[in-house]
Design a protein around this ligand. Structure first.
Ligand code: SF4
Length: 563
């Protein structure tokens, strides 16, 4: 940061450190605790293991940064907590009706059947945010230390072995100098570090680069999910109804679709958009607003009021994009490890399972007293033998099958289902999503259709600033920007001409604005980092790859409720 730290940096030692209190790490920590208890009951006193486990989380509370659709497949929950049905687990409502519609601008057509591999019967509509809060309480009750409000900013190494994580400093001013409330971050040293910090995690990126974990893999590709929660005027008579949509408002060349989940008193409404689109003016937030103008969706929002808003990227490259997930001193799990089934639009059960497999690996490490790559490598074989890997393998070419549009995607999906995921070519292959974006000179698009067709307030639509208010996002204002632009000159000149500054469109929180400078002489990039939802879309979709997202001061960011 360009200054000397005056106070000594504290060191904290734990045996196992999990980074990120999402479903992956919480399940991993709880399963490890259970495994240790079982082990200790079976062995004589001298062989019992006393293990300290800690979890750090950048959100101000457990669940504050957690967002998903979400329809939960309880398969991993059943393994983690076999008697979950006898607990107060917040599974809002079982799925009662499962439908897929194709939408045109005004009409809708219901698909005649849903293949069993993507059927949601037997699953539950949940708020992942509340589910994680519930899991967090169980974790804490089992003696695991949870530290919300602490972001991991740097991996610590001894030679080539990961030995811990440095948390972010607090109280650094916008001028990058320590203020009166300055507190240096803590060095948390651990025998093993498990990275489950969500999609495109900052520490995960460091680990992948340091250990070359993506060598020989296809690049990761992503989607963004933008979501709203609506309070209904009265209890719905169709609780448990799950609707997925294809088509409008997206173009056929674009990957994605809508979802609407009925939780009785609330509706979850969202749109997923593949972050490998061509149109530089595509704006996922505005597309969600356009989705609400469709009669099928509008009819379900009658009398409803907006309660919450959020956005998050999700990894969709699948099996062929999974990084090597073990290395000297650590493991990668959950969304950080790319574990999402894009055909089912589900990752929570995979995240939970990966955390549990990490726990089994860590127990092995604790017994061997070795956390080198050699020992932690059993994670790979445990994963390969698990239902999680088998599930991902069957959909290994799904998202890639849509590279040439919706119709080809549907055809590819059919062939892949008949051939166990192989399709007509295996692997289908793909490139990084931002490379798909076309320059203005190469792409004809009518910006007015996508951007100006809805006014604020009309058809229950909102502008981005209003939506951000419903995310509860807050950051300490007096801190350096957590969005680093390597060369703002590129934004103002080259990008303005070549792509028309797509950052203004793809960011779902109006963090990026191109405005006139003080003398009204030229356009400059203006950042509103305090709006940031931590979705990571800008890092992923920036055509020049000059944006780096670093964790802001711990505790800042969205304050998601019921999302
Ligand atoms: Fe998402 Fe980047 Fe916008 Fe933050 S600045 S909301 S991470 S796109």
């Amino acid at each position: 940061m360009g200054f000397k730290v005056s106070s000594a940096r504290e060191k904290l030692e734990v045996d196992i450190l999990f980074v990120g209190a999402g479903p992956a790490c919480l399940s991993g920590a709880l399963h490890l605790k259970n495994l240790l208890e079982n082990h200790n009951q079976r062995v004589p006193s001298a062989e019992k293991l006393e293990v300290s486990i800690a979890i750090i989380e950048k959100g101000k509370d457990i669940g504050a940064h957690i967002l998903s659709g979400a329809v939960l497949d309880p398969i991993a929950l059943r393994e983690l907590i076999p008697d979950y049905e006898q607990t107060d687990v917040p599974l809002d409502v079982p799925v009662s009706e499962d439908m897929i519609y194709y939408l045109t601008g005004q009409k809708h057509f219901r698909l005649p059947f849903i293949p069993p591999s993507i059927s949601n019967y037997g699953n539950f509509i949940i708020s992942l945010n509340r589910f994680v809060q519930w899991l967090g309480k169980r974790v804490e009750a089992n003696g695991i230390d949870l530290f919300p409000g602490f972001s991991g900013t740097k991996l610590l190494f001894e030679g080539n072995h990961l030995i811990g994580v440095r948390t972010g400093d607090k109280g650094i001013g916008r001028n990058k100098k320590p203020g009166s409330s300055y507190e240096p971050g803590v060095d948390i040293l651990a025998k093993a570090v498990v990275l489950g910090e969500g999609v495109h995690g900052s520490l995960t990126k460091q680990a992948i680069k340091h250990f070359n974990l993506d060598q020989g893999k296809f690049p990761q590709i992503y989607s963004i999910g933008v979501k709203e929660v609506w309070d209904l005027p009265s209890t719905s008579d169709i609780p448990g109804q799950v609707i997925h949509t294809l088509g409008y408002p997206l173009k056929h060349e674009e990957y994605g679709g809508g979802f609407i989940y009925n939780m009785g008193r609330r509706l979850s409404l969202g749109l997923v958009v593949g972050l490998n689109y061509k149109d530089p003016f595509l704006d996922p937030h505005k597309e969600l607003q356009r989705l609400k103008t469709h009669p099928l969706i509008a009819s379900r929002l009658k009398g409803a009021t907006l309660a919450h808003y959020g956005a998050k990227a999700l990894p969709e490259g699948g099996y062929y994009s999974l990084p090597k997930s073990y290395f000297d001193g650590g493991l990668i799990i959950g969304d950080s490890g790319g574990l999402v089934n894009s055909m089912r639009l589900k990752g929570i059960h995979l995240a939970m399972k990966s955390g549990m497999l990490a726990a089994e690996t860590l127990l092995h490490g604790l017994l061997e007293q070795d956390f080198s790559e050699r020992t932690l490598g059993i994670y790979s074989s445990l994963f390969k033998d698990s239902w999680a890997c088998h599930e991902l393998y069957k959909v290994r070419n799904f998202h890639q099958g849509f590279e040439n549009g919706l119709l080809m995607g549907m055809l590819n999906t059919g062939i892949q289902m008949l051939t166990g995921g192989r399709g007509w070519k295996d692997p289908l292959g793909h490139c990084q999503g931002h490379l798909k974006m076309r320059k203005l000179s190469e792409y004809s698009t009518d910006r007015s259709v996508r951007h100006n067709s809805i006014k604020n307030g009309e058809a229950k639509s909102f502008d981005k600033v209003t939506s951000v208010y419903f995310s509860g996002t807050k950051h300490e204002e007096d801190q350096p920007s957590h969005l680093l632009i390597a060369d703002p000159g590129i934004c103002q000149e080259r990008c303005a001409q070549e792509f028309g500054n797509p950052c203004e469109s793809f960011c779902p929180a109006k963090v990026y604005e191109i405005i006139s400078d003080q003398n009204d002489q030229k356009k400059v990039l203006h950042l509103n980092p305090s709006n940031c939802l931590h979705c990571k879309t800008c890092e992923i979709m920036d055509p020049y790859q000059i944006i780096t997202w670093i964790p802001p001061e711990g505790g800042g960011g969205p304050n998601y409720i019921n999302l």
